[in-house]
Design a protein around this ligand. Structure first.
Ligand SMILES: Nc1ncnc2c1ncn2[C@@H]1O[C@H](COP(=O)(O)OP(=O)(O)OP(=O)(O)O)[C@@H](O)[C@H]1O
Ligand SMILES: [Mg+2]
Length: 346
């Protein structure tokens, strides 16, 4: 794999003082189009993330070849002129070069203004996967991604250090986010315990995860770095001819080996019943163990996986929205089962 220098990686990022019309942006990214007239049909795509202004699908007739080019434009608001995590990921171009298990739509380029990042990528047409059914495929993709990105990170020149430092999982602007702090939601479970005796005392017992997670975080911090996507949801994956295409790097961080497995299993735990979760977890871990690069210590990676799994699973199962949803659907016994499962991991 070729490690890119800042200057070549920077070629795909253009800086502008203000936002230009779409046509101008496209011409800047594809200069060979010159002044030829462009025919564009645009359509908004669903998007929920905070800071995302819009995600748009554009169908453009290439004025040179006459062929249709389909791309996606994602506009992300900046906070105090600070660029988005996703734009930074795309700046680290070449990080996942050579990946065989995961496929990534080509990034046509990123346009940065002081107020937003515009990310242009190729449009992928495919089906969303059944998340529990792709445990083995994900384990292979994640293990490969961890190895490729680890190699890339260690080969980076000093100029890249500030960018990569700012993307590190351990920066306070990530760690302070609610999704990594389940404790703040324990009061809702305490209240539930006062109403329903089956839930009594659970919040107190779950509190014991706090010191345990602190220890795991400290240990993980010293382990090998790699890129971690952190958002393995149905809507961020496409199956095209049995191959997995991955999009949406808005949660990506410079994480540690094992983190992505934990993120996947955490979101599976949130959405599935225990039987489906346990079976997919076993498949994922079995494959991950088998394919993880020998550069990494497998026990260390699995400890890290466990750390992110617990952070994610605790947060999601304690959010007031989750309690309300299970109550509404009359699925409180399943929620109780999930708390009991988590407590076995203490
Ligand atoms: N390259 C692409 N090809 C096909 N569809 C895409 C592509 N990029 C985005 N989409 C569609 O647009 C949706 C939103 O894009 P994306 O996930 O990047 O934004 P988001 O704001 O993080 O959304 P969310 O929070 O809903 O995940 C995706 O779920 C997908 O359906
Ligand atoms: Mg998404």
């Amino acid at each position: 794999m070729t490690a890119l220098t800042l200057s070549s990686a920077g070629r795909k990022t253009l800086y502008r003082w203000q936002r230009a019309p779409l046509e101008d942006s496209l011409r800047a990214l594809i200069p060979q189009w010159g002044d030829q007239p462009l025919s564009i049909i645009s359509e908004d795509l669903d998007s929920n993330a905070s800071f995302v202004n819009y995600v748009r699908h554009h169908r453009i007739i290439d004025p040179i070849t006459g062929k249709t080019l389909e791309c996606v434009e994602k506009s992300i608001r900046k906070l105090a002129f600070v660029g988005s995590q996703e734009a930074r990921f795309h700046r680290a171009e070449g990080m996942l070069e050579g990946s065989a298990h995961f496929h990534h739509p080509t990034c046509l380029g990123v346009i940065e203004t002081p107020w937003e990042s515009l990310i242009f990528t190729a449009f992928v047409r495919g089906k969303p996967p059944r998340m529990h059914a792709i445990a083995r495929q994900l384990a292979q993709g994640i293990a490969e991604q961890e190895q490729l990105s680890h190699d890339y990170l260690v080969a980076q020149p000093m100029q890249q250090a500030p960018l990569l430092w700012s993307m590190d999982f351990y920066r306070p602007w990530f760690l302070l986010r609610p999704r990594f702090n389940f404790e703040r939601h324990l009061s809702h479970l305490e209240a539930l315990g006062r109403e329903d005796v089956c839930f009594a005392g659970l919040a107190q017992r779950l509190k014991s995860f706090t010191p345990m997670l602190r220890g795991m975080a400290k240990q993980a911090r010293q382990s090998p770095r790699c890129i971690s996507h952190m958002d393995y949801l149905r809507k961020n994956l496409f199956v095209v001819k049995n191959q997995l295409h991955v999009i949406d790097w808005s949660e990506a961080k410079v994480g540690r080996v094992g983190f992505d497995g934990g993120a996947y299993l955490g979101s599976l735990f949130r959405r599935k019943d225990m039987k489906v979760f346990i079976a997919a977890q076993a498949e994922f871990i079995e494959t991950y163990r088998a394919v993880l690069s020998s550069k990494f210590d497998c026990d260390e990676a699995l400890r890290n996986l466990h750390y992110i799994f617990l952070l994610t699973a605790l947060y999601h199962s304690l959010r007031p929205e989750t309690l309300a949803e299970y109550r509404e659907r009359e699925r409180m016994p399943l929620l109780l089962q999930k708390y009991e499962y988590l407590l076995t991991l203490l």
